[in-house]
Design a protein around this ligand. Sequence first.
Ligand SMILES: Nc1ncnc2c1ncn2[C@@H]1O[C@H](COP(=O)(O)OP(=O)(O)OP(=O)(O)O)[C@@H](O)[C@H]1O
Ligand SMILES: [Mg+2]
Length: 286
Amino acid sequence: MSGDLQSSGPDVVDEVQPPREDEYHWHTGLNRPTGVPDAVEFLGVHKAFGSNQILRGLNMGLPEGKISMILGPSGTGKSVCIKHMVGLLYPDDGDVLVHGQSVPSMRDHELFEMRKKFGVLFQDGALFGSMNLYDNVAFPLRQHTDKGEDEIRDIVSGRLREVGLGDSGEKMPNELSGGMRKRAGFARALVLDPDIVLFDEPDSGLDPVRTALLCELIQEIHAENGGAYTVITHDIMSARRVAEYIAVLWRGRIVEAGPAEELFNSENAFVRQFLSGAAQGPLGME
Ligand SMILES: Nc1ncnc2c1ncn2[C@@H]1O[C@H](COP(=O)(O)OP(=O)(O)OP(=O)(O)O)[C@@H](O)[C@H]1O
Ligand SMILES: [Mg+2]
C-alpha cells in the first residue's frame, strides 16, 4: 500500500503535496487492538468522483460497542464514508465490511436486510418536510417492519419522549427549531433499535448549550441501547465530551485512530493541529 501516493504520477489531481508517509503513522492501525471487534471496517478503499480522488486506500475500523468519532477537514470524505457503510456508494477498489460482511458484494435483498442494522442521521435534511414529526419517526417502522399501528404508536411516542419531543408529534418540521429537528432526526434514527448508529454532524448549527445537551443525549441513549455509534463532527468540544474512539481522516486516509485520550495527546503534527484548532500546522486553507 505504501508508495501508491508517490506512484500516482501523471494525473496530478491534488495540487497540494500529500502529507509525508509518516504523517499517517496509524494508517495501518486496523490491526491495533481496541479490545473489541470492529462493527465496520474499511479495507484499502479507493473512491474517486471523476478525477477527484476522495478515498485513497482508506483503512479504518469502527469498534463494536463504543462511541466513535470521525474527525477531519471539510471535504475530506467523511460523509462519503457513511454512504459507503450503508451501500449508497460503492468503492472503486477495496472493501467495506459490516459485521464482517462485504457491503459492495451484497445483492439487493441482502443490502435491504443489512440496512436495518443501521440508524442514520444524514447531514442534510434529516426529516421529510411534508410529514409531521410523528410520521417522520414512524416512517422506518412502516417501511421496514410488519408492526401494526398500535405497536408503532408505543414505539414512536417512547422515542419522541426520550428526546424531549413527547408533545410535538403533530408539528411539521418547518415549525421546529434546528435543535428540535436534530432531536427528531435522532429519534427516527433510533426507532428500529439499530446495532450501528451513524450521525453526520448532529451538532452543526446548534448553540453551545444545545450541543452539550445533544452530546449528553447521545451518551445516555448509547448507554441504554449499546451498539457501535459513529459521530461525525467538527466540534472538538463534542469530541472531548463523547468520543471513546477517534479516527482522524485527511486526504483520503486515516492519519491516526485510537482511544480518544491517546488522540488528544497525539505527537502527530496534523492531529495536534486539528484537535486544537490551531492555524499553524500542516493544514492550510486548501
Ligand atoms: N455524489 C458525489 N458526486 C461527486 N462528488 C461528490 C459526491 N459526493 C461527495 N463528493 C465530493 O467528495 C468530497 C468529499 O465529500 P464529503 O461530503 O464526504 O466531505 P465531508 O468530509 O463530509 O465534508 P464536510 O465536513 O464539509 O461535511 C467533496 O469534494 C465532494 O464534493
Ligand atoms: Mg460531511
